[in-house]
Design a protein around this ligand. Structure first.
Ligand code: NIG
Ligand code: FE
Length: 372
């Protein structure tokens, strides 16, 4: 007996679940289930995965948004001590409860729009205590909202005020002190950085990624968002899970991503809010065979967006993705951008390698699904 049977999905399809695994997809079966849910002809999709967010933060930046409406640029505001740094100040000042309440509110909005997995980055603490606090807070979101949370350490987001004029010193602090603490507490599965003329050079990110890899963590990168900073190639060199933004990525960078298996995460919310006219090189990514994912980039500065469906819509209307690409980008490819994938065989050897495990998902004989 199955645990749950979804009946009357589009095309008369039924889907059965055993625990958290799909046990059957096909015509209405005769086998019974403990619970039956009729979806009355609707489409059934996998849960959406938001693979790039900055969901935990203090304060908001609506005032800065008004300044941008009046003509100031994101980079000008950052150079004047605003931008990420103003959220760092508000995040350090916030209590754990305040951080959790805001993050839960945003996670609930994402979940209401079909999201079941959310990646959450640190990066608004930039000191040991607040970075750890952000990651611990992110891990508590599932106590309040039915989502899985995957955490990423983004210490190399910007130079904090106490290291003014000493970006190299800050990177040393991240590598020698903060990253080892994050790793030993098991607070993150990946390490991110912001490689950009207003943030860190590729040499500085290189050090962070080398340290992360030595500690057994995967990496991902905010790459080539405002300028071609060689971010895509840098990410690929470190076998990054993903390179994100990519509006200004070069042809060489894209080729390197394809060879390294790095996913391209497109963030149309940030491009929309910043009124960025340049679109990411979607045709070149397609031609190179780089899988494309989509995420909200939910953050208080450049993307106060709490809907994956809207991110998918913007990816189609502004970046030219097809509907099928948007759905794959918000599910399968987004899961891969987090290093998550189901128990499927990806290499032929996996079928022969396991002793006694059954890798069979479905058997199709003479055009008919005969077992699952
Ligand atoms: O993904 N680019 C860097 N990080 C964020 C923006 C963060 C902020 O402005 O607070 C982004 O767009
Ligand atoms: Fe981001």
């Amino acid at each position: 007996m199955w645990d749950l049977l979804i009946t009357d999905a589009v095309g008369g399809t039924a889907i059965a679940l055993e625990g958290d695994r799909i046990a059957y997809v096909g015509k209405e079966p005769s086998q019974r289930a403990a619970e039956v849910l009729s979806v009355e002809g609707r489409l059934v999709t996998p849960g959406l995965v938001d693979c790039h967010t900055h969901l935990v933060f203090g304060g908001d930046r609506s005032g800065e948004w008004e300044r941008r409406l009046a003509g100031a640029s994101y980079e000008e505001i950052a150079a004047g001590g605003g931008g990420i740094r103003s959220t760092v100040q508000a995040t350090r000042a916030a209590t754990d409860d305040e951080l959790l309440t805001g993050a839960v509110r945003r996670a609930a909005a994402l979940a209401a729009g079909g999201v079941t997995t959310i990646e959450v980055k640190s990066g608004y603490g930039l000191d040991l205590e607040t970075e750890l606090r952000m990651l611990r807070t992110a891990r508590r979101i599932p106590e309040h909202v039915p989502v899985d949370v995957v955490t990423t350490f983004l210490g190399a987001h910007t130079v904090p005020p106490e290291f003014d004029g000493d970006a190299d010193g800050y990177i040393r602090f991240v590598c020698d002190t903060v990253l080892p603490a994050v790793a030993s507490e098991g607070l993150a599965t990946a390490v991110d950085g912001f490689c950009e003329r207003i943030a860190f050079t590729s040499e500085q990110i290189d050090q962070v990624f080398t340290t992360a890899t030595a500690l057994g963590l995967r990496v991902k990168l905010h790459a080539d968002q405002l300028s071609d900073s060689g971010g895509a190639a840098l990410a690929a060199r470190h076998r990054a899970l993903s390179a994100d933004h990519l509006e200004h990525a070069s042809a060489e960078g894209i080729a390197a991503m394809a060879a390294a298996g790095t996913i391209a995460v497109l963030l149309p919310g940030a491009a929309y809010v910043l009124r960025e006219e340049r679109v990411p090189p979607v045709d070149a990514l397609r031609a190179a065979g780089v899988p494309i994912a989509i995420a909200t980039d939910c953050n208080p500065g450049t993307s106060p967006l709490v809907s994956m469906l809207l991110a998918m819509h913007l990816a189609c209307t502004r970046f030219g993705l097809t509907v099928d690409e948007a759905i794959a980008g918000a599910t399968d490819h987004a899961a891969h951008a987090l290093g998550l994938h189901g128990p499927m065989a990806e290499r032929p050897a996996e079928i022969v390698y396991w002793l006694g495990a059954n890798p069979v998902h479905a058997v199709i004989k003479r055009g008919k699904v005969v077992t699952s």
